[in-house]
Design a protein around this ligand. Structure first.
Ligand code: CA
Length: 418
């Protein structure tokens, strides 16, 4: 997905004049926050722009009327005291003609257009993203018979379908600009909940979920066991685990005023079996060689060492984690999990981490390559460096004992709000 240029500035000088300040207000305005940084995790974007600042982003709820005031810097054209200023915006959203007395300083004149409500509201019930929202500011010296374009204001403007669900910053859900960018950009024009869900899902299905900065978000980027479990953490670090990805999908709906209930579906593995504690489920694909542990553990006959760097892949001798199902930002993601989180919307199970959907939980078993329980194995007997320390010793070390039957164990399924 692509956004409009984020580096452009709010004012244009192509009409001879410039906008030196612009203010957005009105009861429908949504206070946006910049994407989180270490220094500024939860600041607000002030709804006004001054010359020299980066392009402003503002947001409103559909059906509300924006209020805008501007200051124009134009050449001194001997403008009379009863100069009339108006703004001509997109989609008939104009700002009414208003007399403004210029204040002249040498060859320049400043025109301060006080805050005025637009001539019409943003289209009710429809999502929109103006990238940018451009208003041409014009003057008339004959009471409105003739108009001269003086300057243009440009800013990014997001329109949500409904009032967003209230922020809960401590859970990582806040009005971050990238949330509005992804949500409003993809769902532009959508009105119904089901249409909005389909549109917002699109970048997930393409495995191309990007922040305003252009950075792609990832699931366990570089196979690091990233601890981020929330939308804020995912946006901040650009990598997160399945919990964060499920939060992100739900939060993109929440900014449109959609609050799905019991949609957060946690799949968890049983704690243990008769053979020992359960390590987790393997996600496809895995390569299974000849099983060497059939006698000790017939239900989990394959023996495998854990990747010593992540513990989240198997590295032989009987099972190798191989590239299989691509995840967000990772064509070859980690493959061993204790749990997983899906989002159930309109009866479909969305798997944001992988950009896949399932008609039922049963269908999810198709992506399971097998199950791993914790056991012990002897390196010398296996002729394999099971703990990855570079030597094969006559010692017992921790190994995985693996079944390649996706239905060997059953997932526990709980549905909740997050
Ligand atoms: Ca060893």
């Amino acid at each position: 997905m692509l956004f409009g240029s984020a580096t452009a500035v709010a004012a244009g000088s192509d009409r001879g004049g410039t906008v030196t300040r612009i203010d957005f207000s009105g009861s429908g305005r949504i206070p946006l926050r910049p994407d989180p940084t270490v220094e500024k995790p939860f600041t607000e974007i002030q709804p006004h722009w001054k010359e020299g600042q980066p392009m402003l982003a503002v947001a409103y709820v559909s059906g509300t009327i924006p209020t805008v005031g501007v200051t124009l810097d134009v050449s001194n054209q001997n403008l009379p005291a009863n100069t009339v200023v108006r703004g001509v915006g997109p989609d008939g959203i104009d700002f009414p003609p208003t007399p403004v007395a210029p204040s002249v300083a040498g060859t320049r004149a400043a025109l301060v257009y006080p805050p005025h409500s637009a001539s019409r509201p943003f289209q009710p019930g429809a999502i929109c993203s103006y990238e940018p929202f451009t208003v041409s500011w014009e003057t008339s010296i004959d009471g409105g018979a003739h108009w001269k374009a003086q300057a243009e204001s440009r800013c990014t403007l997001y329109i949500t379908r409904s009032s967003p669900v209230r922020e809960v910053p401590e859970t990582g859900y806040a009005f971050f600009e990238s949330l509005f960018a992804i949500s409003c950009h993809n769902a532009s024009g959508a009105t119904s909940d089901s249409a909005i869900i389909k549109c917002i899902w699109r970048p997930f299905a393409d495995r191309d979920v990007r922040l305003l900065s252009g950075d792609t978000l990832a699931f366990y980027r570089h196979k690091n066991a990233a601890p981020e479990t929330t939308t804020g953490g995912l946006i901040f670090t650009k990598t997160g685990i399945c919990f964060a990805w499920a939060h992100l999908l739900i939060d993109l709906l929440r900014v449109q005023g959609i609050q799905p209930h019991n949609s957060y579906v946690v799949l968890s593995t049983p704690e243990s079996t008769q053979y020992g504690p359960v390590v987790g489920m393997l996600i496809r694909n895995c390569q299974f060689m000849t099983p060497s542990g059939t006698q000790e553990c017939p239900d989990y006959p394959y023996v495998a060492a854990f990747d010593p760097h992540t513990n989240l892949d198997l590295v032989g001798p009987d099972v190798f984690s191989r590239p299989g199902i691509a995840a967000q930002g990772e064509p070859d993601p980690v493959s061993l999990f204790r749990n997983h989180v899906l989002v159930c919307l309109d009866g479909t199970y969305y798997d944001p981490s992988y950009g896949r959907t399932y008609a039922s939980i049963d269908e999810f078993y198709n992506v399971i390559a097998g199950w791993v329980v914790l056991g012990r194995g002897n390196e010398a007997a296996m002729k394999f460096d099971l703990n990855g320390d570079g030597t094969i010793d006559n010692t017992d070390v921790t190994v995985g004992r693996v079944s390649n039957n996706p239905h060997r164990l059953a997932l526990n399924v709980t549905r909740q709000d997050y």
